[in-house]
Design a protein around this ligand. Structure first.
Ligand code: SF4
Length: 385
């Protein structure tokens, strides 16, 4: 089999079954570890969320994951964040808003995004070993993440923690940030031991291919480190567990597939556009999308091909908890896709692509991607296809 580009859930076995077993066990370990050190903090934060009417209270484990997220992102990006000036920051945030709202200028905006990202966002201050663990630096981190345009949902989740910590003393803020950094360090080491065999090509990609992206709009996205892959793997597992019961109760279920799963990646694909996404017309039996579409017909599940995450949610908010969606995506989009779906009223579950294969970001040519069908059946409680 061809060597996979960054990650492969099949790299330790010929199927991805082993991955799903491994990530389940490792997620239990992560939750046990973090719960031990954050018990009082999470309860206090949940009271803050309720008191200030931020949102319907989420499960404890979801907030635990957000703390880990803060630690990992601080570790990876704070040295870049603290030197991003006010003017570039304001410019980039406006640019990202324009990109979100208008597709008309996308090509021009992406070109500017790539150039300005390289010049402003990717520079880092290596002279300091440890940045002050202050609320001001947390704000700089959130601004950098927002300016990159790659962490919109992460910023929304962490903004609540920022508001919470803004009311704490300097010492309390420093203690919380120190604690999440310790957790991130623990996670870095242990996630590599547990999940590293599935992501061993990430470093190879960063060393050998990343330079081709330095001036492109995906220079932040493609430069993400191995720990962020592991973070999304664990995050997806936590969210699947948290939303499972509500998902099973939904009246309608949809399966959203990315275009990289099609057998034909160009105009040879005869899928037809609908208001919710593209519908497969079954032009070839070799296509994974066709196979899943037929399964969907048998079990009353609507199957759509989604060109991009943003296209999945064009209709905006829907009636809450009525529609369950199973999003299929590559690792780096898992957590943000789940949060976005939840924000709009869907009840999400996710299945990871076994590997990434799209030419937009990762490879020189498109390669049809796959998923673990047993995992999908398990989520849908289907015993045979
Ligand atoms: S089978 Fe469906 S998704 Fe696959 S290439 Fe044909 S129309 Fe496109």
């Amino acid at each position: 089999m061809k060597d996979k580009i960054t990650y492969s859930l099949k790299s330790c076995d010929c199927t991805s079954d082993k991955y799903y077993r491994t990530v389940g066990t490792f997620t239990n370990e992560v939750l046990f570890k973090i719960n031990q050190s954050t018990e009082g903090l999470i309860s206090d934060f949940q009271s803050f969320i309720l008191k200030n009417n931020y949102e319907d209270l989420r499960s404890k484990n979801e907030y635990v994951f957000e703390l880990l997220l803060l630690g990992v992102l601080w570790r990876n990006y704070i040295k870049k964040a603290i030197i991003l000036g006010e003017v570039p920051k304001a410019f980039l945030i406006r640019l990202m808003n324009l990109r979100e709202k208008s597709k008309i200028f996308k090509v021009a905006v992406d070109y500017i995004k790539g150039f300005s990202g390289k010049v402003w966002l990717l520079k880092e201050n290596n002279e300091i070993n440890d940045c002050d663990r202050t609320i001001e630096n947390m704000k700089k981190l959130l601004d950098w993440l927002a300016a990159s345009g790659e962490f919109n949902q992460e910023v929304k989740r962490l903004k609540q923690w920022y508001d919470y910590l803004s009311n704490r003393s300097l010492e309390e803020v420093s203690n919380v940030i120190s604690m999440v950094l310790d957790l991130a360090e623990w996670f870095d080491f242990h996630s590599e031991k547990a999940l590293g065999c599935f992501t061993r090509n990430v470093n190879k990609f960063l060393e050998e291919n990343y330079h081709k992206h330095k001036w492109k709009e995906d220079n932040v996205y493609c430069g993400r480190k191995r720990i962020e892959y592991h973070l999304n793997m664990v995050g997806a597992e936590i969210m699947n567990r948290a939303f499972r019961e509500d998902f099973l109760k939904t009246e309608e279920k949809r399966l959203l597939l990315p275009i990289c799963m099609r057998f034909h990646c160009n105009s040879d694909c005869k899928a037809e556009r609908s208001t919710e996404g593209y519908l497969c017309t079954g032009c070839t039996n070799h296509c994974n999308v066709n196979y899943l579409t037929q399964m969907g017909r048998k079990y009353g599940i609507k199957v759509f091909i989604i060109p991009h995450e943003s296209a999945a949610f064009t209709k905006g908010k829907i009636e809450k908890n009525k529609i369950g969606i199973i999003g299929v995506a590559c690792v780096l989009n898992l957590a943000s896709g789940g949060w976005k779906a939840k924000e709009l009223g869907f009840v999400p579950q996710c299945v990871l692509l076994d590997y990434c294969g799209c030419k937009n970001h990762w490879s020189d040519s498109d390669e049809a991607t796959e998923i673990n069908i047993s995992k999908l059946m398990d989520i849908l409680q289907i015993s045979e296809i």
